[in-house]
Ligand binder design. Structure first.
Ligand SMILES: [Zn+2]
Length: 293
């Protein structure tokens, strides 16, 4: 049973009429709130990190070609241990953060943002072809996701970029989840590059996407290219869960049958719970024996 949750959130893309600078603005407030409710995340700092990584992944996916998707994986010394988000160019996203146990305190340097130290990896995969996926990894330098993603674009993709991410959370509720990104395209002039650099200090995020882009491109002529609705979507199914269980081995499966009368498996990406009965587990064991040499 694949999970799909629609939202009123959107991204809007725009292009300078010179064709040398592209822009995107996202309001993912509703999407983030619905995903948080789905997962049952409670802690404000974890919710904020989740929202930031959802926005970061959507910004990255907005540059994918059709049939590609990205996986953003952040390992952090900060308020969450890890964030894993899949995002698609159709505006769908799934994923989770692993909050740090309250017993293991996090370590963040004095001038470092909430992500602390760590590694940010982006895996760009083609859905069908056998082509090798592209992987780019950069260290977390500032601990602020927007800045570290700007560094990623410069370092790993060699695209001059300015981007901003702002997520406001209070008492478990997402009050705002906004992001924008402007990028130089081939043929960009030095003036364009200087302008992009200046936008880093020009973050005004609490606007709906079209207003945010109009605000960003205020002194230039530009056109809106695309408005897309964003959704939370996972493609896990009972069949996939059973195939994964088939790989855990006979001993483990037997212990599930004896101790739990079956298996209960939760999908990390969407928190869907799957119950696999004892008869099915016995069948998996039988099949695995058949495949042994
Ligand atoms: Zn799932």
């Amino acid at each position: 049973m694949a999970i799909q949750i629609q939202s009123s959130s959107t991204w809007v893309k725009a292009l300078l009429t010179t064709g040398t600078v592209s822009g995107i603005a996202i309001d993912a407030t509703d999407l983030t709130q619905k995903a948080v409710a789905r997962h049952g995340f409670k802690e404000d700092k974890a919710i904020q990190s989740f929202g930031e990584s959802v926005l970061g992944a959507l910004l990255l996916a907005s540059h994918c070609k059709k049939g590609e998707h990205i996986n953003l994986n952040i390992r952090s010394s900060g308020v969450v241990f890890q964030a894993v988000i899949d995002a698609y160019p159709d505006g769908s996203v799934r994923g989770y953060v692993v909050p740090r146990e309250s017993s293991t305190p996090y370590s963040i340097g004095e001038n470092t943002g909430p992500w602390g130290d760590g590694l940010l990896s982006v895996l760009r995969t083609k859905d069908i072809s056998q082509e090798r996926p592209y992987i780019g990894t950069v260290p977390l330098v500032t601990g602020k996701l927007a800045k570290d993603l700007t560094f990623y674009w410069a370092q790993s993709e060699q695209v001059p970029t300015a981007l901003g991410i702002v997520v406001n959370v209070h008492e478990g509720k997402v009050h705002g989840a906004h992001a924008f990104m402007v990028q130089a395209l081939p043929g960009a002039s030095d003036k364009d590059l200087k302008w992009i650099e200046d936008q880093v200090f020009h973050i005004s995020n609490q606007l709906e996407p079209k207003q945010a882009l109009a605000h960003l491109f205020q002194n230039a002529t530009f056109s809106f290219l695309e408005t897309k609705n964003l959704s939370f979507k996972c493609h896990c199914t009972l069949g996939r869960v059973e195939r994964a269980l088939a790989l855990v081995g006979e001993v483990e499966l037997n212990s599930m049958i004896e101790n739990q009368n079956g298996a209960e498996v939760k999908c990390d990406f969407c928190s869907e719970n799957y119950i696999v009965g004892k008869e099915k587990l016995q069948e998996l064991i039988k099949n695995s024996r058949r495949h042994e040499p």
